[in-house]
Design a protein around this ligand. Structure first.
Ligand SMILES: [Cu+2]
Length: 207
């Protein structure tokens, strides 16, 4: 009877630990996309007032300088559109851009989640402008907000880290989440086993 009580206590402790971790988990989750303009696969016939992505939670711009954030619009030829400036508003990131000749376009976005993790993605869309729409010239390098292109302001040293380095933050994000979940599971198992062993030992010493 006493042993059953101990096992029950062990399971209760494990269950409570698991429950606490489940409740705490959302605090560690990164933002996810809830809306975008345009949407994936959309055909635009008129220029939207802004190109944007919206997430489920506040975006983290601690320094207030937009570090870690970017939103770029390119066509199939790799030409860039817009002026490189963007706005971070609560849970969304946006930029204004005029587009060029009709065809397939890509919107690339990168942002810093409320948990400090960097996220990025891309949205494909089609541009089939109505006759009254303005057609703009693209740039052959990413525009720098305030004028010029990012290539002009970037270091000329070939060994300097390239922009591609940013995408490496993705595995790091996922790895930390995996470690967190794995630690939680291990913690629950260890706690359960420890309580069970203590209860068995206690039972032996009593008999
Ligand atoms: Cu995260």
């Amino acid at each position: 009877m006493r042993r059953l009580t101990h096992i029950g206590a062990a399971f209760s402790a494990a269950a409570i630990t698991a429950l606490v971790l489940l409740v705490a988990a959302p605090a560690y989750a990164h933002n996810y996309l809830v809306a975008s303009s345009p949407t994936e696969g959309e055909t635009l016939t008129e220029l939207p007032s802004e190109f944007s992505v919206s997430t489920n939670d506040t975006l983290l711009d601690l320094a207030g300088d937009g570090g870690g954030f970017a939103i770029q619009v390119t066509n199939e030829a790799g030409d860039y559109f817009g002026d490189g400036c963007f706005t971070i508003r609560d849970d969304s990131l946006s930029t204004a851009a005029e587009l060029g000749e009709p065809g397939s376009y890509l919107m690339l976005w990168q942002l810093v989640s409320s948990d400090g993790h960097t996220m990025s993605g891309e949205i494909n869309f089609d541009w089939q402008p109505e006759a009254n729409q303005t057609i703009s010239e693209g740039l052959n390098a990413p525009p720098a907000c305030g004028g010029g292109t990012l290539d002009e302001t970037a270091p000329t040293d070939e060994s300097a880290p390239s922009e591609a380095g940013n995408t490496n933050e993705f595995p790091a994000v996922d790895a930390s989440t995996v470690v967190l979940v794995a630690s939680a599971i291990v913690l629950v198992i260890v706690a359960g086993v420890a309580i069970f062993l203590i209860s068995v030992k206690r039972k032996k010493s009593e008999s």
